[in-house]
Design a protein around this ligand. Structure first.
Ligand code: ZN
Ligand code: FE
Ligand code: FE
Length: 300
């Protein structure tokens, strides 16, 4: 079985948003080994735009070999922020379609099975318009033959974003021509900031998810603390235990049995991933050189 698709239903899969600078997948895997983590997330292209580095330059085979050696499975790719499939502006919308089509091919080349994307921002046209626009874009991209899932990320309700509520995500999936290729990525910072009480009642949130979307579509989760309080509708990630969600709740979420076997990805600031993963997994700290910040990976 390929390391990418090795199913680990009873394992906590925890990793971070890692860099692909210079050596591509090899860099991502080396950073993941440094964190003693068993999964990871990457962006294959810069969020500042420009032409994507050819995916054939990502040292795929060497990266996959090292993943297998170290038991690293089910990595996630996050789509560029510049994609807005809800945009009323034709050129922006078409650019997003082009980039997502290309990204599907790139990720299929790597052999990964999850792309996480932000549903989009309506920029004044309203959520109903945005949902139609996103569905139209997805219908023009997806053929049903894809070897991966597009995971729509739940958002914090900031700006004119859509996909903040589970109902909005469910509507996009229900209207799309190929719902079998669509799944969901939750983000603890976003969900809490939007107003889902994941601290007091994470089970209730999962129950609501199951009622509205179905837990079989929950494929990825981002684990972040929040700089802003409950219901603030602001998207600012804090380090684990240093925000309004707190370590106790995030620890409980990471260890929740419903999340076993699905990649849990940290997108916290300041390159503190090793210490955060240690804390969340109740591990004794290792030697100090492991805690030198490796910064630069963007928030999401
Ligand atoms: Zn975020
Ligand atoms: Fe996120
Ligand atoms: Fe994101």
């Amino acid at each position: 079985m390929s390391p990418v698709n090795a199913v680990r239903p009873n394992t906590i899969l925890l990793g971070a948003n890692v860099s692909v600078a210079k050596t591509g997948l090899v860099a991502a895997v080396e950073e993941t080994i440094r964190y003693d983590a068993n999964t990871f997330m990457i962006y294959t292209r810069s969020n500042r735009g420009g032409k994507a580095r050819p995916i054939t330059e990502f040292n795929r085979d060497e990266g996959l070999r090292r993943m297998a050696e170290h038991g690293i499975v089910d990595p996630v790719v996050h789509l560029s922020y510049l994609v807005n499939l809800a945009s009323p502006k034709e050129s922006t919308w078409e650019y997003g379609i082009m980039v997502l089509k290309e990204e599907i091919e790139r990720v299929e080349y790597l052999g990964f099975r999850y792309i996480v994307m932000h549903p989009g921002s309506h920029v004044g046209e309203g959520p109903a318009y945005a949902i139609r626009r996103i569905v139209e874009a997805l219908d023009s991209i997806l053929t049903g033959e894809e070897k991966l899932w597009l995971c729509l990320e739940t958002m914090a309700g900031d700006g004119s974003k859509v996909g903040n509520s589970l109902e909005e995500i469910a509507e996009i999936i229900a209207l799309a021509k190929h719902p079998e290729k669509l799944a969901v990525c939750i983000d603890t910072c976003h969900n809490f900031s939007y107003g889902y009480d994941i601290v007091g009642d994470f089970d209730g949130f999962l129950q609501h998810f199951d009622d509205v979307i179905g837990l079989d579509r929950l494929k990825v989760a981002h684990i972040n603390d929040s700089k802003h309080p409950f219901g603030a509708r602001k998207d600012r990630h804090a380090n684990i235990g240093e925000g309004a969600i707190g370590l106790e709740a995030l620890h409980r979420i990471v260890h929740h049995e419903v999340l076993r076997g699905i990649p849990l990805i940290l997108e916290t600031p300041d390159g503190k991933y090793r210490a955060e993963i240690d804390m969340l997994l109740d591990r004794e700290p290792g030697p100090p050189e492991l805690y030198v910040p490796v910064g630069g990976a963007p928030e999401g």
